[in-house]
Write a protein that binds this ligand. Sequence first.
Ligand SMILES: [Zn+2]
Ligand SMILES: [Zn+2]
Length: 321
Amino acid sequence: MVLEKAGGPLIFRELAQPEPQKGQVRIKVKACSICRTDLHILDQELPPPSFPLILGHQIVGETETDSTRFKKGELVGVPWLGKTCGTCFYCKRGDENLCDNPTFTGYTINGGFAEYCVADEQFIFPLPKDYSPTQAAPLLCAGMIGYRSLKMAGDAKKIGFYGFGAAAHLLIQVARYQKQDVFAFTRKGDTHSQEVAKKLGAVWAKSSEDTPPEELDAAIIFAPIGPLIPTALKAVRKGGSVICAGIHMSDIPSFPYQILWGERIVRSVANLTRKDGEEFLALAPKIPIQTDVKTYPLDQVNQALQDLKDGKLSGSAVILP
Ligand SMILES: [Zn+2]
Ligand SMILES: [Zn+2]
């Protein structure tokens, strides 16, 4: 399914099988999960550099070609970070997530809402056998970038999650495993998400307008809503962090310096490193992280995107070609 012009929708097109270039493998797509970033691309908050484009960057598939790292027929995962330059200031110091010259799957190169894709073999992951392709797909962005966000919270014992969608679903399981207490904040009136959060072990779940019963050590904002930054700052203790996990956010309203004072920190999380992905995939089956998925056939991808936009999904949408 191809995005042909700004604003979408995705249109069905028969394309030639993609040919792997040097260092790439061809992958037969088994499942590809939807991410909020796909909506940001469609809504032109993150305009893609060129059209036509195949979206989708949480891909699980089978290698179709032998390569240095993989044999034909292996199950692999393709994440958002498609490739980095390896030579810029950031790559050299190990911050490849900040590379000056990166490629991103389903954004600067074609992604996984298709039957086949190609990917750089150095940036894809062998997958744990514990997961089916459908179950594994949401681990590749919601899970991995969520995991990087959780790492930024350091040794926080009490963590607020603002927005309880696909990423929060997975990360609350990691937080509980690490003996951290999660306070879940949802849209006003979204009692369903609050119930889900409690079932998954949140110690408290209410709307983002509510004040938590205790001061938080850190807060992670998963929802793309700028006004949540001052809201979360008011909920964290001195020295605490507010971590913005998404790639796009609406504008942040001005706020009194007093709520930042006390060495509180506001930071964003950008992309992922391969190390984040490897660590997370090693951890997932140990917990074990359960994914909550709703599947759609490939030709229903526009419907799946709309359902995410309308807040109708409780976990992750997964597209099956
Ligand atoms: Zn994503
Ligand atoms: Zn670089």
